[in-house]
Design a protein around this ligand. Structure first.
Ligand code: SF4
Length: 383
């Protein structure tokens, strides 16, 4: 089982909703990004730490030399050590919660092909104790918080783990957790194994359709992770369907219509960005994009060698104090520097951090935060 599965667990949120997307993506080149590479490196550091702790106890010399190799990667940042520590601490807190040592597997290849044709993937960490299976995923991204609740990727991993271990362990409960330290506390979700297996059965016909490339193209939030996101006709038609609102009567649109337009407008903004990225890459390749061309962006000035430049300025009589600004780090930066645990101990628990409520902001109804309302006349729209 090498390479990528056509119907990957990580892509399930996409092919479960838009069944022909996996076959369409197959026809398009796979891209990567600096964020993806950064995430891969953080995963390798996390894996090393978990292996040392649970799988292959190793001396500090071996550990440090392996870590050093990873740190030589140009994408390495010191904060990766804090964030991977937070993941290690979470996994350790689970293993220590039992009265006897649990079974632990790290970077375990999981086969869920009983439910999804040729489906397999790699689970970051599997823990089994008694009748409970834990599936834990480490996510390094901070742009999009990922919830464990009803998460298809996690459920497919759990199905793979049930298939692999049910002969050895009487798995009755399944606990899923996503540790995304740059976003906040781990997201957890628990369900009976029977519910998970029932979900697996419900997925089978959809997965068969997706494997065959059949079904309707369905556009939505999941499109932004699709390789076809810029050129997909279904997405284009969905987004340009905004025009149908021109027909609206009476002259003022209703709150229902405002809500519906805003949902579409969010997708529209992401789609336009994907089109811009695609058009720029085509122009840079020398391909024609009618009405558009690639140009140099705004230039920026940079020191050739800042140390040498400052030496010259100081030697010319400029006071060194004028050349530097002492700026305090923001709390998120301090947390990044210290790691969540130390930050909480030193600043939060000692009363040095206060939390002011944020400005009211519009969010989709699916947002987990509680809805607020203000009735005072001074808060009214337009005041
Ligand atoms: S862009 Fe969206 S609608 Fe088009 S194939 Fe991908 S997931 Fe489906």
């Amino acid at each position: 089982m090498n390479g990528h599965a056509l119907l990957s667990a990580s892509g399930a949120h996409k092919w479960l909703k838009c069944t022909p997307s996996a076959r369409l993506e197959e026809t398009l080149p796979e891209g990567t990004s600096e964020y993806a590479e950064e995430g891969r490196l953080a995963h390798e550091i996390a894996e090393l730490k978990l292996r040392k702790q649970f799988i292959e106890p190793m001396g500090m010399r071996t550990f440090n030399s392996r870590l050093k190799k990873l740190q030589a990667n140009p994408l390495y940042k010191d904060e990766m050590l804090h964030h991977t520590d937070a993941y290690l601490e979470y996994v350790s807190s689970i293993t220590h919660s039992f009265t006897s040592p649990p079974y632990v597997a790290v970077e375990k290849q999981l086969d869920f092909s009983e439910y999804v044709p040729e489906g397999f993937g790699t689970g970051d960490c599997i823990i089994i104790h008694g009748d409970t299976l834990h599936v834990i995923d480490f996510k390094y991204g901070k742009g999009v918080p990922v919830s464990a609740e009803m998460n298809p990727q996690m459920q497919l991993y759990a199905l793979g783990a049930c298939a692999a271990y049910s002969f050895l362990y009487p798995i009755a409960n399944v606990k899923l957790a996503i540790v995304q330290p740059r976003v906040g506390e781990p997201s957890e979700w628990e369900l009976p194994a029977s519910d998970l297996l029932a979900w697996g059965e419900s997925v089978k016909p959809v997965a068969r359709k997706a494997f065959a490339g059949e079904g309707d193209y369905v556009s939505g939030d999941h499109c932004r992770f699709c390789r076809a996101r810029a050129l997909c006709r279904a997405r284009a038609e969905f987004n340009t369907a905004l025009e149908e609102y021109h027909q609206m009567k009476p002259p003022l649109i209703s709150n229902e219509e405002v809500g519906a337009i805003l949902v579409r407008a969010q997708n529209l903004a992401k789609w336009v960005k994907d089109l811009e990225d695609y058009a720029l890459s085509e122009c840079l390749k020398g391909n024609e994009m009618p009405g558009w061309k690639a140009v140099e962006g705004r230039s920026s000035r940079q020191y050739v060698d800042q140390d040498e430049a400052f030496k010259l300025l100081i030697a010319s009589g400029i006071d060194e104090a004028l050349l530097y600004q002492r700026v305090p780090l923001t709390l998120p930066k301090v947390e990044e520097l210290l790691g969540r645990k130390t930050y909480t101990e030193l600043l939060v628990n000692t009363g040095h951090v206060k939390t002011e409520p944020g400005k009211p902001t519009l969010a989709p109804i699916s947002d987990k935060r509680e809805a607020i309302s203000r009735t005072s006349a001074t808060e009214d729209f337009g005041s």
